[in-house]
Ligand binder design. Structure first.
Ligand code: FCB
Length: 442
């Protein structure tokens, strides 16, 4: 039998992605902590100890990652820890983050740092959060401080994680704090997030000549529910432009194309050295006048799709190729900065993993500049308003004991990382149901 294998380029980054609030535990000085106290999380859950990274378990988890052949890790800094009050820096927290970044480098993991991943210090919320442009200078201070702190170890920087999701969830759908449902606030927040990104981009480059700075956006692959129906096609196009395109296009052109009100931000043009794409799923969009999801559009998964455990994700690997193709318009290095599925039993994850990684290989084979893949996530973590109901980890977390257990996908992903390839053997062993699709001639 032919030993077929999809090989990846030398130096390709294989990692997992995490975020501070979701793994650290004991974060009590930010907007999410207060949000939980108000009972806003599924089943009234709280983040609590999370994966106890702040108690030191980051070391053990990074050992797992490195032993499993990964060579990169994406993590984030909790702003409220390093700057508990406007004029105050917490040296212990700064030391801990420096140790973490060094810990990654020591283990052969290239760090990619996210400066803002959904959470804000409580004092930022009191100042009006992202609706208030006055918080931008505070963000600038914080960015300068962290860049100075970590630049010996870190060259890859993501300014803001999924600003498109953050603005929509926190200010339009009201499921993230501060829980607003206001279109005007949403546009205000989008503008301020972009301004903050632009400042961060320039500040990092002033301090660190070799830095590579980018945005990480959530790409939702959208297809019209009824292709023959022009209103569906139109609403799909508008939704995708607003949600997927707005930030990277602004970073390319300097102009935020808000509906009816484009805004040009000084210094905004050319403020990305790479683009991070988080891809999870594809959805169908139908024009609708009475949709609760979003103005004028009803979203759904294609009937008959394979769905994840909690119905959160439809298994649509082709959407990742679409996302990467879309990404090529920016003429920048691209990275898959998140991709994964909630699946406590690891029933669908092996297929999801191999079929998505196969799409990444196809993209590379088209000569598109894909530089890395970060799976979401290493160990089960706190999933925002969905709490602990979703298990995205390659490792299962026993919350009571903090014990980690590898799921079959942990071994599967390790083989891919170690071999820098997706071989027929790997697919046959871990995802036999994908075999025919991936290796049809064998
Ligand atoms: C993304 C978030 C990440 C995680 C995954 C499942 O939108 O960036 O923190 O919650 O979804």
């Amino acid at each position: 039998m032919v030993k077929a294998s999809y090989k990846f380029p030398r130096g390709f980054l294989w990692g997992t992605a995490t975020s501070s609030y979701q793994v650290e535990g004991q974060n009590e000085n930010n907007d999410w902590f207060h949000w939980e106290q108000k009972g806003q999380i599924h089943n009234n859950e709280i983040c609590g100890e999370a994966c106890d990274w702040w108690g030191g378990r980051w070391k053990q988890d990074l050992d797992l990652a490195a032993e499993a052949g990964q060579n990169a890790h994406r993590f984030s800094i909790e702003w409220s820890r390093v700057q508990p009050e406007p004029g105050e820096w917490n040296q212990d927290a700064l030391d801990q983050y420096r140790a973490m970044a060094k810990g990654m480098v020591d283990r052969g993991l290239t760090p990619l740092v996210t400066l803002h991943h959904f959470t804000n210090p409580a004092w930022i919320t009191e100042l009006g959060g992202w609706e208030n442009p006055e918080i931008i200078p505070y963000f600038e201070h914080y960015v300068k401080k962290i860049n100075q702190l970590l630049k010996d170890y870190v060259t890859l920087w993501c300014t803001i994680n999924e600003p498109n999701v953050y603005a929509v969830m926190a200010y339009l759908q009201g499921v993230f704090p501060p829980g607003k449902k206001d279109l005007k606030s949403t546009f205000q927040v989008i503008t301020n997030l972009f301004r903050a990104h632009v400042s961060a981009y320039h500040l990092i480059h002033q301090q660190q000549y070799e830095a590579r700075v980018g945005l990480v956006i959530h790409y939702r692959d959208m297809i019209p529910a009824r292709r023959w129906f022009p209103p569906d096609r139109l609403v799909t196009k508008i939704s995708s432009r607003l949600f997927n395109d707005i930030f990277p296009q602004a970073a390319q052109s300097g102009t935020l194309r808000l509906p009816f009100r484009p805004i040009t931000i000084q210094g905004g043009k050319g403020t990305q050295d790479f683009l991070g794409i988080n891809y999870y799923t594809q959805e169908m969009i139908a024009a609708s006048l009475k949709s609760a999801d979003q103005p004028l559009a009803k979203r759904s998964f294609e009937p008959g799709s394979l769905l994840s455990e909690t119905g959160f994700i439809a298994h649509k690997p082709q959407g990742l190729l679409n996302a990467l193709e879309w990404g090529t318009q920016f003429k920048l290095p691209l990275m898959v900065t998140e991709n994964g599925i909630e699946d406590s039993l690891d029933a669908l994850r092996p297929r999801y993993l191999v079929e998505h990684i196969h799409q990444v290989w196809k993209a590379i084979n088209h000569n598109w500049p894909i530089k890395g893949y970060f799976h979401w996530t290493l160990v089960d973590n706190f999933e925002w308003e969905r709490g602990w109901s979703q298990r995205f980890g390659l490792w299962n977390l026993e919350r009571g004991t903090q014990e980690r257990q590898p799921r079959p996908s942990a071994d599967l992903y390790a083989r891919i990382c170690q071999e820098n390839a997706l071989s027929r053997d790997i697919a046959a062993k871990y995802a036999p149901r994908s075999l025919e699709k991936l290796f049809p001639d064998n």
